[in-house]
Design a protein around this ligand. Structure first.
Ligand SMILES: [Fe+2]
Ligand SMILES: [Fe+2]
Length: 335
């Protein structure tokens, strides 16, 4: 949760102040010109009052005052609420909600006004923080599953980035690509439902074990079902479709071609590429060009051929991400 000080520091627009000797009409003009809804009136560097445009106009009409000084004096007899820089945004929001106030002057220790926040600023900030913490929880869970699967968490980070790069290049839709970045982190969340002796087996799985392992896509779909969040809905789609294959030989449903959701087709490439270029207990990481060749050779078989072309075009960006998270390629092949 941000403090008011942090929030003020991030804001580029300084509060607009007006001297007590100015006329109220000059103030109204200024507010209209700068398209601002609130005004600080300063006296000896201290806050005298704070007005929203509407309050201000109403008070001018009610009082018929023409100088700021007299108007300020009048308003100062009413409650004026202050925020302190170290208060958090939600404390400030609670205060404002409580008192039905729309604007909050923020004072430093010497009671000097250092900025002004509106309820709109705080609502926006709180929404941002809420979304951020929700996304952090999603990534956290994605990485937690990686640990259960004896990975290190880096696989999820890399393949989420690869997915985003491919999605953006293919669709041009930044918002969707960003959503896919977050949702892809949950692709293997269903592995929570797979026994450790299977997940941790340091050798190839026998057919019955393989059958259980494949259920992770269905489990993931069940875990993520019934959510209203756009990211979690996309995550569910990915969880159940990232092992489908273009020629219909994948699982769990054996979907083929464009029947496989686009998200699952993109994540399939990102997931396999990262798995191939990572180390497993019984194999070294493949050389990158060998893994790239594998992806290219499996266009039309495992992968959507159009998306494979995009993957190949985007290789420099993908390599850059790989370089950034290269410290740790100690992941096992995703099954
Ligand atoms: Fe998977
Ligand atoms: Fe994976």
């Amino acid at each position: 949760m941000k403090t008011l000080r942090q929030l003020l520091e991030e804001r580029s627009r300084a509060p607009l102040a007006i001297s007590p000797d100015d006329s109220v009409f000059a103030a109204l003009e200024l507010m209209a010109k700068h398209d601002i809804g609130a005004l600080l009136v300063m006296r000896d560097e201290r806050l005298a009052g704070i007005f929203s445009e509407r309050d201000y106009a109403r008070k001018v009409i009610l009082s018929g005052k023409s100088s700021m000084q007299t108007l300020v004096r009048e308003i100062m007899t009413e409650d004026v609420f202050y925020g302190l820089p170290e208060q958090t945004t939600d404390q400030a929001m609670a205060l404002m909600n409580d008192r039905h106030i729309r604007h909050l002057p923020v004072l430093d220790a010497d009671k000097r006004v250092i900025g002004m926040l509106s309820i709109g600023d705080l609502v926006r900030e709180t929404a941002k923080e809420l979304r951020q913490s929700r996304l952090e929880a999603i990534h956290l869970l994605g990485r937690a599953v990686e640990f259960k699967d004896h990975h290190t968490g880096q696989h999820v980070i890399r393949m989420s980035h690869y997915s985003q790069i491919i999605a953006l290049a293919f669709t041009g839709d930044e918002l969707w690509a960003d959503r896919l970045f977050h949702a892809a982190a949950m692709h293997d969340v269903g592995k929570i439902g797979v026994p450790d002796r299977i997940l941790g087996k340091p050798a190839r799985l026998d057919p019955p074990e393989w059958e259980v392992m494949q259920k992770h896509s269905v489990f993931g779909g069940q875990i993520l079902a019934g959510n209203t969040s756009d990211v979690l809905q996309l995550a569910q789609e990915i969880a159940v479709s990232h092992h489908e294959q273009w020629d219909g030989s994948g699982y769990p449903r054996g979907l083929a071609g464009p029947d496989i959701p686009l998200s699952g087709r993109i994540v399939a490439i990102a997931d396999v590429f990262d798995a191939l270029t990572s180390r497993r207990p019984y194999k070294d990481a493949w050389q990158e060009d060998k893994a790239v060749r594998y992806i290219a050779d499996h266009a039309d078989i495992h992968f959507d051929p159009e998306l494979v072309s995009v993957f190949l075009e985007q290789l420099p960006a993908i390599q850059a991400v790989r370089g950034q998270y290269a410290k740790d390629n100690d992941d096992r092949l995703t099954q």
